[in-house]
Design a protein around this ligand. Sequence first.
Ligand SMILES: *Cc1c(COP(=O)(O)O)cnc(C)c1O
Length: 411
Amino acid sequence: MKKPAAIHAPLKQFPTKDNELVIGGKTVTELAEDVGCTPFYAYDSAAMSRRVAELRAVLPEGVSLHYAMKANPMPEVVRHLATLVDGIDVASAGELEVALTTETPPHEISFAGPGKRDWELLAAIKAGITVNLESPNEMRRLATIGEAEGIKPRVAVRVNPDFELKASGMKMGGGPKAFGIDAEQVPDVLREIGERDLDFVGFHIFSGSQNLRPESIIETQEKTFELAYRLAEDAPQPVTLLNIGGGFGIPYFPGEARLDLEPVSAELAKRLSECRARLPEAEVVIELGRYFVGEAGVYISRVIDRKLSRGEVFLITDGGLHHHLAASGNFGQVVRRNYPVVVANRVESEDKEMVSVCGPLCTPLDVLANKMTLSHAEEGDLIAVLQSGAYGYTASPLGFLSHPKPVEIFL
Ligand SMILES: *Cc1c(COP(=O)(O)O)cnc(C)c1O
């Protein structure tokens, strides 16, 4: 049976004017003129603000939001989000440096990630942020550095849970993992934290990301709270921070719908009131990256060549995999599917055709759109890849083939 043509859900994200995509109040042609070259990434601050406001409106009172800045570490983006959310999660000393340029209080910045170097731990201690411990050895190294500095480091234990986030785009917990300390090892680590000069604040339990199914997020949150209660029994000090992860996904591919947060929120409200009774001092944090920024970003490239090969149309652009690995399908995807792509200066047209949009790299992996139906495009037209605000620029092999890097603009 032939499936009906699947429609990309997020195409209405940005308005149009004169049949052109409008981002941050300007048409793509105007933006390209302003930037002076293609390709570029454009990030719309108003779209980020709207996303955070909508999320706050639906989530229960009393839950804090952190921005996991590896999704988009552009300093302007981080500084904008810092004004909207309660804290920032960093994954390197480089990210920490940017986070420290915001108004975010140090105790609302946390640093997760395996393999933190001694100098990174030192930077974290000096800044007074929370270090999410990824291993027993990391705990010992941090304690030793803190003792040498005469500073008591703030620590949370990142737990590798004994369950998985089901139907998640990327699983980051459960089973043997490089991330976090296995739940069954945590009691021993907590005992040792109590014996060292470490200021224990709580737990970080992150199970995975890019989840669009409310029922699996609900189930994960329930298990996360249960695990935290269980582990808290061995904690050397009261739990004041409980980071329950995030995992809220955004629709990228045909047929995907927006995550329905109403049921997630309703269940979370119950979990929160229970948490107030069981861990009365705990600030409950949800950490999100792509959910805040993914839909606010667009990657624009220009058609350099239009060619016909054995009956198929290829649009060759000046942008591709080297700038946007995820859109090419090579950033952890199992099956390649098309991101939402439009001809940005001819959004609607009577004259549609099936084309493949390829970049300038000498590899068959360099595909931005595989056999998509788009408005007829010619050399000089602009191609937009939507849903590109997260894991775009910095998650791409920018040096591959030595083409120029794309520009990033914050609108
Ligand atoms: C990457 C990461 C996130 C952000 O994931 P998104 O899918 O962008 O929301 C959150 N927490 C941790 C620990 C991460 O490593």
